[in-house]
Design a protein around this ligand. Structure first.
Ligand code: F6P
Length: 333
Protein backbone atom coordinates (compact mmCIF):
# COMPACT_ATOMS: atom_id res chain seq x y z
CA UNK A 1 0.00 0.00 0.00
CA UNK A 2 2.75 2.41 1.05
CA UNK A 3 4.64 1.73 -2.23
CA UNK A 4 1.55 2.45 -4.30
CA UNK A 5 0.86 5.61 -2.29
CA UNK A 6 4.47 6.72 -2.74
CA UNK A 7 4.22 6.24 -6.50
CA UNK A 8 0.99 8.19 -6.46
CA UNK A 9 2.48 11.11 -4.55
CA UNK A 10 5.59 11.00 -6.75
CA UNK A 11 3.39 11.42 -9.80
CA UNK A 12 2.93 15.20 -10.03
CA UNK A 13 -0.75 16.21 -10.08
CA UNK A 14 -1.64 17.64 -13.45
CA UNK A 15 -3.16 21.10 -13.00
CA UNK A 16 -2.36 22.77 -16.27
CA UNK A 17 -1.59 21.56 -19.79
CA UNK A 18 -0.68 23.15 -23.09
CA UNK A 19 -1.69 22.08 -26.60
CA UNK A 20 0.18 22.77 -29.83
CA UNK A 21 0.15 21.88 -33.54
CA UNK A 22 3.74 21.98 -34.88
CA UNK A 23 4.67 20.75 -38.38
CA UNK A 24 2.44 20.24 -41.41
CA UNK A 25 -1.23 20.96 -40.80
CA UNK A 26 -4.01 18.44 -41.44
CA UNK A 27 -7.80 18.62 -41.58
CA UNK A 28 -9.11 17.60 -38.15
CA UNK A 29 -6.42 19.36 -36.13
CA UNK A 30 -8.98 21.95 -34.99
CA UNK A 31 -11.36 19.16 -34.01
CA UNK A 32 -8.56 17.68 -31.90
CA UNK A 33 -7.69 21.05 -30.33
CA UNK A 34 -11.35 21.46 -29.38
CA UNK A 35 -11.42 17.97 -27.81
CA UNK A 36 -8.22 18.63 -25.81
CA UNK A 37 -9.46 22.00 -24.51
CA UNK A 38 -12.97 20.79 -23.66
CA UNK A 39 -11.67 17.63 -21.91
CA UNK A 40 -9.13 19.60 -19.91
CA UNK A 41 -11.74 22.14 -18.77
CA UNK A 42 -14.18 19.32 -17.95
CA UNK A 43 -11.55 17.89 -15.59
CA UNK A 44 -10.80 21.29 -14.03
CA UNK A 45 -7.43 21.86 -15.67
CA UNK A 46 -6.06 25.15 -16.96
CA UNK A 47 -5.29 24.83 -20.66
CA UNK A 48 -2.90 26.92 -22.75
CA UNK A 49 -2.73 27.15 -26.53
CA UNK A 50 0.74 27.48 -28.03
CA UNK A 51 0.80 29.49 -31.26
CA UNK A 52 3.00 28.49 -34.24
CA UNK A 53 4.35 25.23 -32.87
CA UNK A 54 7.80 25.02 -31.26
CA UNK A 55 8.58 28.61 -32.35
CA UNK A 56 5.64 29.83 -30.23
CA UNK A 57 6.78 27.82 -27.22
CA UNK A 58 10.30 29.21 -27.55
CA UNK A 59 9.09 32.83 -27.66
CA UNK A 60 6.14 32.52 -25.27
CA UNK A 61 3.37 32.95 -27.86
CA UNK A 62 0.99 31.22 -25.48
CA UNK A 63 -2.62 32.07 -24.64
CA UNK A 64 -5.11 30.63 -22.18
CA UNK A 65 -7.90 28.66 -23.87
CA UNK A 66 -11.43 28.92 -22.44
CA UNK A 67 -14.41 26.82 -23.58
CA UNK A 68 -15.48 29.51 -26.07
CA UNK A 69 -12.01 29.61 -27.64
CA UNK A 70 -12.83 26.40 -29.51
CA UNK A 71 -16.42 27.14 -30.48
CA UNK A 72 -17.30 26.72 -34.15
CA UNK A 73 -14.05 25.07 -35.20
CA UNK A 74 -15.01 21.38 -35.24
CA UNK A 75 -15.58 21.54 -39.01
CA UNK A 76 -12.77 23.92 -39.94
CA UNK A 77 -9.65 22.72 -41.75
CA UNK A 78 -6.22 23.95 -40.71
CA UNK A 79 -5.25 24.87 -37.12
CA UNK A 80 -6.43 27.93 -35.16
CA UNK A 81 -3.11 27.76 -33.28
CA UNK A 82 -1.19 28.09 -36.55
CA UNK A 83 2.00 26.17 -37.18
CA UNK A 84 5.49 26.95 -38.39
CA UNK A 85 8.37 24.73 -39.50
CA UNK A 86 11.00 25.47 -36.79
CA UNK A 87 14.33 23.86 -37.79
CA UNK A 88 16.08 25.87 -35.06
CA UNK A 89 14.33 23.62 -32.52
CA UNK A 90 17.05 21.10 -33.39
CA UNK A 91 19.41 23.30 -31.38
CA UNK A 92 19.58 22.67 -27.62
CA UNK A 93 19.54 26.41 -26.91
CA UNK A 94 16.13 26.68 -28.56
CA UNK A 95 14.80 23.78 -26.55
CA UNK A 96 16.08 25.42 -23.37
CA UNK A 97 14.13 28.57 -24.30
CA UNK A 98 11.03 26.42 -24.68
CA UNK A 99 11.57 24.70 -21.35
CA UNK A 100 11.92 28.11 -19.66
CA UNK A 101 8.46 29.00 -20.93
CA UNK A 102 7.05 25.69 -19.68
CA UNK A 103 8.39 26.44 -16.20
CA UNK A 104 7.34 30.10 -16.28
CA UNK A 105 3.72 29.15 -17.07
CA UNK A 106 3.81 26.16 -14.70
CA UNK A 107 2.69 23.87 -17.52
CA UNK A 108 2.48 20.31 -16.17
CA UNK A 109 2.10 18.55 -19.49
CA UNK A 110 2.16 19.04 -23.28
CA UNK A 111 -0.30 17.67 -25.82
CA UNK A 112 1.35 17.72 -29.25
CA UNK A 113 -0.91 17.26 -32.27
CA UNK A 114 1.16 16.47 -35.36
CA UNK A 115 3.04 14.05 -37.57
CA UNK A 116 6.29 12.13 -37.52
CA UNK A 117 8.56 15.14 -37.07
CA UNK A 118 6.40 16.59 -34.27
CA UNK A 119 6.40 13.25 -32.45
CA UNK A 120 10.20 12.98 -32.61
CA UNK A 121 10.72 16.57 -31.39
CA UNK A 122 8.17 16.10 -28.59
CA UNK A 123 9.83 12.89 -27.44
CA UNK A 124 13.30 14.46 -27.41
CA UNK A 125 11.93 17.44 -25.44
CA UNK A 126 10.38 15.09 -22.90
CA UNK A 127 13.57 13.06 -22.58
CA UNK A 128 15.74 16.16 -22.13
CA UNK A 129 13.61 18.18 -19.72
CA UNK A 130 11.21 15.66 -18.16
CA UNK A 131 8.13 17.49 -19.42
CA UNK A 132 5.28 14.95 -19.71
CA UNK A 133 4.09 14.74 -23.30
CA UNK A 134 1.39 12.85 -25.19
CA UNK A 135 1.24 12.94 -28.98
CA UNK A 136 -1.91 12.85 -31.12
CA UNK A 137 -1.11 11.60 -34.66
CA UNK A 138 -2.35 14.23 -37.12
CA UNK A 139 -0.92 14.25 -40.64
CA UNK A 140 -2.37 13.57 -44.08
CA UNK A 141 0.52 11.13 -44.70
CA UNK A 142 -0.77 8.39 -42.35
CA UNK A 143 2.87 7.38 -41.81
CA UNK A 144 2.77 7.01 -38.01
CA UNK A 145 3.11 3.51 -36.51
CA UNK A 146 0.93 2.72 -33.48
CA UNK A 147 -2.32 3.86 -35.07
CA UNK A 148 -4.33 2.53 -38.01
CA UNK A 149 -5.04 6.03 -39.26
CA UNK A 150 -3.87 9.57 -38.55
CA UNK A 151 -6.17 12.56 -38.25
CA UNK A 152 -6.54 14.18 -41.67
CA UNK A 153 -5.68 11.14 -43.78
CA UNK A 154 -9.28 10.20 -44.63
CA UNK A 155 -10.04 13.81 -45.54
CA UNK A 156 -6.98 14.07 -47.82
CA UNK A 157 -7.84 10.80 -49.58
CA UNK A 158 -11.42 11.96 -50.18
CA UNK A 159 -10.20 15.31 -51.48
CA UNK A 160 -7.85 13.54 -53.89
CA UNK A 161 -10.60 11.11 -54.90
CA UNK A 162 -13.00 13.90 -55.81
CA UNK A 163 -10.27 15.51 -57.95
CA UNK A 164 -9.31 12.26 -59.70
CA UNK A 165 -12.94 11.43 -60.53
CA UNK A 166 -13.10 14.84 -62.26
CA UNK A 167 -9.84 14.21 -64.10
CA UNK A 168 -11.23 10.88 -65.29
CA UNK A 169 -14.05 12.76 -67.07
CA UNK A 170 -11.71 14.88 -69.18
CA UNK A 171 -9.23 12.04 -69.69
CA UNK A 172 -12.05 9.95 -71.15
CA UNK A 173 -13.32 12.77 -73.38
CA UNK A 174 -9.85 13.25 -74.87
CA UNK A 175 -8.86 9.57 -74.62
CA UNK A 176 -5.73 10.65 -72.74
CA UNK A 177 -3.31 9.26 -70.16
CA UNK A 178 -3.14 11.33 -66.96
CA UNK A 179 -0.54 11.19 -64.24
CA UNK A 180 -1.91 12.51 -60.94
CA UNK A 181 0.66 13.33 -58.26
CA UNK A 182 -0.49 13.09 -54.64
CA UNK A 183 1.24 13.98 -51.36
CA UNK A 184 2.47 11.54 -48.74
CA UNK A 185 6.10 12.61 -48.22
CA UNK A 186 8.20 9.40 -48.31
CA UNK A 187 5.23 7.02 -48.23
CA UNK A 188 2.48 5.83 -50.55
CA UNK A 189 -0.49 5.58 -48.18
CA UNK A 190 -2.53 8.33 -49.85
CA UNK A 191 -1.67 7.01 -53.34
CA UNK A 192 -2.62 3.44 -52.41
CA UNK A 193 -6.02 4.33 -50.98
CA UNK A 194 -7.02 6.85 -53.60
CA UNK A 195 -5.60 4.68 -56.37
CA UNK A 196 -7.86 1.78 -55.45
CA UNK A 197 -10.89 3.98 -54.79
CA UNK A 198 -10.54 5.85 -58.10
CA UNK A 199 -9.89 2.72 -60.16
CA UNK A 200 -6.48 4.00 -61.24
CA UNK A 201 -4.82 1.88 -63.93
CA UNK A 202 -1.48 2.12 -62.11
CA UNK A 203 -0.29 3.26 -58.67
CA UNK A 204 3.35 4.30 -58.29
CA UNK A 205 4.61 4.42 -54.71
CA UNK A 206 8.10 4.81 -53.17
CA UNK A 207 7.83 1.45 -51.37
CA UNK A 208 7.67 -0.54 -54.64
CA UNK A 209 10.12 -0.20 -57.54
CA UNK A 210 8.14 0.23 -60.75
CA UNK A 211 8.96 -0.54 -64.38
CA UNK A 212 7.80 2.15 -66.78
CA UNK A 213 8.07 -0.23 -69.76
CA UNK A 214 5.48 -2.44 -68.02
CA UNK A 215 3.18 0.54 -67.45
CA UNK A 216 3.52 1.49 -71.14
CA UNK A 217 2.71 -2.08 -72.19
CA UNK A 218 -0.35 -2.06 -69.92
CA UNK A 219 -1.56 1.17 -71.54
CA UNK A 220 -1.04 -0.21 -75.08
CA UNK A 221 -2.94 -3.40 -74.20
CA UNK A 222 -5.73 -1.34 -72.66
CA UNK A 223 -5.99 0.82 -75.77
CA UNK A 224 -6.19 -2.27 -77.99
CA UNK A 225 -9.06 -3.45 -75.79
CA UNK A 226 -10.79 -0.09 -76.27
CA UNK A 227 -9.97 1.54 -72.91
CA UNK A 228 -10.71 5.25 -73.29
CA UNK A 229 -8.60 6.72 -70.48
CA UNK A 230 -5.75 5.89 -68.11
CA UNK A 231 -5.15 7.38 -64.66
CA UNK A 232 -1.75 6.75 -63.07
CA UNK A 233 -1.55 7.87 -59.43
CA UNK A 234 2.00 8.86 -58.47
CA UNK A 235 2.99 9.34 -54.83
CA UNK A 236 5.33 12.34 -54.58
CA UNK A 237 7.96 10.14 -52.96
CA UNK A 238 7.97 7.80 -55.99
CA UNK A 239 9.23 10.43 -58.38
CA UNK A 240 8.41 13.55 -60.35
CA UNK A 241 5.17 13.03 -62.26
CA UNK A 242 6.25 15.45 -65.00
CA UNK A 243 9.47 13.53 -65.71
CA UNK A 244 7.60 10.20 -65.70
CA UNK A 245 4.99 11.68 -68.08
CA UNK A 246 7.70 12.84 -70.54
CA UNK A 247 9.19 9.34 -70.64
CA UNK A 248 5.78 7.71 -71.14
CA UNK A 249 4.92 10.20 -73.90
CA UNK A 250 8.14 9.29 -75.75
CA UNK A 251 7.46 5.56 -75.31
CA UNK A 252 3.82 5.68 -76.39
CA UNK A 253 3.84 8.63 -78.76
CA UNK A 254 0.50 9.81 -77.29
CA UNK A 255 -0.58 12.80 -75.17
CA UNK A 256 0.23 12.33 -71.47
CA UNK A 257 -0.99 15.07 -69.16
CA UNK A 258 -0.06 15.73 -65.50
CA UNK A 259 -2.08 17.08 -62.60
CA UNK A 260 -0.28 17.66 -59.30
CA UNK A 261 -2.95 17.91 -56.58
CA UNK A 262 -0.55 19.56 -54.15
CA UNK A 263 -1.78 21.52 -51.16
CA UNK A 264 -5.47 21.11 -51.80
CA UNK A 265 -4.99 17.77 -49.99
CA UNK A 266 -3.99 19.60 -46.81
CA UNK A 267 -7.17 21.70 -46.50
CA UNK A 268 -10.91 21.39 -46.40
CA UNK A 269 -13.50 20.52 -43.80
CA UNK A 270 -12.54 17.26 -42.03
CA UNK A 271 -14.63 14.19 -42.87
CA UNK A 272 -16.70 12.34 -40.27
CA UNK A 273 -13.92 9.78 -39.83
CA UNK A 274 -11.27 12.46 -39.34
CA UNK A 275 -13.49 14.32 -36.87
CA UNK A 276 -14.43 11.24 -34.83
CA UNK A 277 -10.79 10.19 -34.63
CA UNK A 278 -9.82 13.69 -33.52
CA UNK A 279 -12.52 13.80 -30.83
CA UNK A 280 -11.57 10.39 -29.40
CA UNK A 281 -7.81 10.93 -29.47
CA UNK A 282 -8.03 14.48 -28.14
CA UNK A 283 -10.07 13.40 -25.14
CA UNK A 284 -7.99 10.27 -24.52
CA UNK A 285 -4.68 12.19 -24.62
CA UNK A 286 -5.78 14.46 -21.73
CA UNK A 287 -7.40 11.73 -19.62
CA UNK A 288 -4.29 9.57 -20.00
CA UNK A 289 -2.12 12.48 -18.86
CA UNK A 290 -4.34 13.08 -15.82
CA UNK A 291 -3.80 9.40 -14.89
CA UNK A 292 -0.05 9.89 -15.19
CA UNK A 293 0.17 8.02 -18.51
CA UNK A 294 2.59 10.12 -20.54
CA UNK A 295 5.13 9.53 -23.30
CA UNK A 296 2.46 7.88 -25.42
CA UNK A 297 1.28 8.07 -28.97
CA UNK A 298 -2.49 8.22 -28.55
CA UNK A 299 -3.77 6.26 -31.53
CA UNK A 300 -6.64 3.99 -32.57
CA UNK A 301 -6.29 0.31 -33.52
CA UNK A 302 -9.41 -1.36 -34.95
CA UNK A 303 -11.32 1.74 -33.94
CA UNK A 304 -10.33 1.44 -30.26
CA UNK A 305 -8.14 4.05 -28.56
CA UNK A 306 -4.67 2.57 -28.09
CA UNK A 307 -1.77 4.05 -26.08
CA UNK A 308 1.57 3.17 -27.61
CA UNK A 309 4.82 4.16 -25.84
CA UNK A 310 6.60 6.56 -28.19
CA UNK A 311 9.96 4.93 -27.36
CA UNK A 312 8.65 1.71 -28.97
CA UNK A 313 7.89 3.31 -32.34
CA UNK A 314 10.28 6.28 -32.53
CA UNK A 315 12.63 4.42 -34.88
CA UNK A 316 9.98 2.41 -36.71
CA UNK A 317 8.42 3.13 -40.11
CA UNK A 318 4.88 2.15 -40.95
CA UNK A 319 4.57 -0.62 -43.56
CA UNK A 320 2.16 -0.44 -46.47
CA UNK A 321 -0.40 -3.19 -47.11
CA UNK A 322 0.98 -4.97 -50.20
CA UNK A 323 -2.26 -6.93 -50.55
CA UNK A 324 -4.02 -3.60 -51.05
CA UNK A 325 -1.70 -2.85 -53.98
CA UNK A 326 -2.13 -6.34 -55.47
CA UNK A 327 -5.92 -6.08 -55.44
CA UNK A 328 -5.90 -2.53 -56.81
CA UNK A 329 -3.66 -3.61 -59.71
CA UNK A 330 -5.75 -6.73 -60.40
CA UNK A 331 -8.99 -4.74 -60.54
CA UNK A 332 -7.46 -2.12 -62.85
CA UNK A 333 -6.45 -4.52 -65.66
O1 F6P B 1 3.58 15.96 -44.12
C1 F6P B 1 2.48 16.49 -44.80
C2 F6P B 1 2.93 17.03 -46.13
O2 F6P B 1 1.82 17.56 -46.79
C3 F6P B 1 3.60 16.02 -47.01
O3 F6P B 1 2.69 15.13 -47.63
C4 F6P B 1 4.32 16.93 -47.96
O4 F6P B 1 5.40 16.32 -48.62
C5 F6P B 1 4.84 18.01 -47.00
O5 F6P B 1 3.90 18.06 -45.92
C6 F6P B 1 4.96 19.39 -47.58
O6 F6P B 1 5.59 20.19 -46.59
P1 F6P B 1 5.44 21.79 -46.59
O7 F6P B 1 4.05 22.11 -46.14
O8 F6P B 1 6.48 22.25 -45.59
O9 F6P B 1 5.71 22.23 -48.00
Amino acid sequence: MAKKLKAKTLRKKIRSIAVMTPGGDAPGMNTAIRAVVRTAIYHGLKVWGIERGWYGLMYGLIREMGPKSVSGIINKGGTILHTRRTPEFNEKASRKMAFKEVKLREIDGLIVIGGDGSMKSAYRFMQEFGVPVNVIPATIDNDIPGTDYTIGFDTAVNTALEAIDKIRDTATSHERVFLVEVMGRHNGFIALDVGMASGAEAILIPEVRFNLEMVARQIRTGQERGKESFIIVVAEGAGNAFEIADKLQDMLNIEVRVSNLGYVQRGGSPTTLSRELACKLGAASVEAMIKGKTGYLIGAISDRVSLCPIKKIIKKTKQIDYEHLRVANMLAT
